[in-house]
Design a protein around this ligand. Structure first.
Ligand code: NAP
Length: 310
């Protein structure tokens, strides 16, 4: 049995929100503990070029940006553990935080657990995940050199994936359930002008085809009800994200499935618990807004501790 450690600030998650919270809490001498989680670094770890994070006029790779953020937090004595919280008890302060049989007692908790990729929910999609079905072009695109690929979705993520995949694929077909894209104008312009990208409008994937490895997808046009089998070596699902809130269900108030905060602060429905980044934000969802909220959460936690006389 391990001993229980007391901490002023425990931060869950190590994306832009968690690491910015760690930087600010560390510089306030609160020696925060960061449980980085299994997907340490968050969604930017699955991104190539980040062109819209201020301070990097020539762009920076997502994983490199996260490495820099982590180094910066560690420089001010944030303690970072490559572990995930498996249970939290927010019913009384200090809060209980567990990772397996390790336990911490936290005076304040900053939740920055982010969000993860949504799936279509097809049995064939689950079966062929990692065998041609992917949610990450950056991670897997290289394996599909010289092949024809499908990307499902019509938002910025889908278009970003489609554009990235043109580096490897001979053709990328975007499958979108409506006749209009949700993505930003600039991404639409880029994708629709790309000679390798084609769009199947008003179309849904009924089934991913393949025995052991993806061979294509059965696609139905929702307007005409026509169904066709389209050959492809890979199917990239890029239909949005789900916030990582399972640990907090029944313990914190939610809004649309995301953790509710008392805007403009990062205060949640439990005093002493703060939340920031993609686990809260279903509107902006940017690395820079997540980092900004992480900063707010650390300042909110610091002020809370001060008001409590710590
Ligand atoms: P999103 O904007 O929510 O778009 C999800 C897309 O997937 C929509 O087109 C949606 O169709 C479709 N979709 C959802 N569920 C589906 C299902 N079950 N079957 C088929 N299609 C489905 O998600 P996102 O593209 O991940 O973007 C999220 C946020 O991050 C946005 O604010 C976006 O601007 C931002 N983002 C920005 C960048 C960038 O700036 N470079 C890159 C990536 C993401 P409908 O349109 O019909 O709803």
């Amino acid at each position: 049995m391990t001993s229980v450690q007391d901490r002023s600030v425990v931060i869950l998650g190590s994306g832009p929100a968690g690491l910015t919270a760690a930087l600010y809490a560390a510089r306030a001498n609160l020696i925060p503990l960061v449980l980085k989680g299994v997907d340490a670094g968050g969604q930017l770890m699955l991104t190539t070029e980040v062109e819209n994070f201020p301070g990097f006029p020539d762009a920076i790779l997502g994983p490199e940006l996260m490495e820099r953020m982590e180094k910066q937090a560690a420089r001010f004595e944030a303690e970072l553990l490559h572990q995930e919280a498996t249970r939290v008890d927010l019913s009384s302060r200090p809060f209980g935080v567990w990772s397996g049989d390790e336990e911490w007692r936290a005076k304040t908790l900053i939740i920055a657990t982010g969000a993860k990729a949504k799936m279509l929910g097809l049995e064939s999609e689950r079966r062929l995940l990692g065998h041609g079905v992917s949610t990450c072009a950056t991670c897997d695109g290289f394996f599909f050199r010289g092949q024809e690929l499908l990307v499902v979705g019509g938002g910025d993520s889908a278009l970003e994936e489609a554009l990235f995949l043109t580096r490897f694929a001979t053709k990328v077909t975007l499958v979108h359930r409506r006749g209009q894209l949700r993505a930003s104008k600039i991404m639409q312009d880029r994708a629709l002008a790309h000679p390798k990208i084609e769009v199947l409008w008003d179309s849904v994937v009924e089934e991913v085809l393949g025995d052991g490895q993806v061979a294509g997808a059965r696609i139905t046009n929702v307007k005409t009800s026509e169904t066709a089998d389209v050959a492809a070596g890979g199917v990239f699902v890029a239909i949005g994200h789900t916030p990582n809130t399972a640990l907090f269900e029944g313990q914190l108030e939610m809004q649309n499935g995301y953790i509710a905060v008392e805007e403009p602060s990062t205060r949640t429905s439990v005093e002493g618990v703060f939340a920031s980044g993609d686990v809260v934000d279903f509107v902006y969802r940017q690395a820079i807004t997540a980092a900004g909220m992480g900063c707010q959460a650390a300042i909110d936690a610091e002020r809370f501790l001060e008001a409590q006389g710590h």
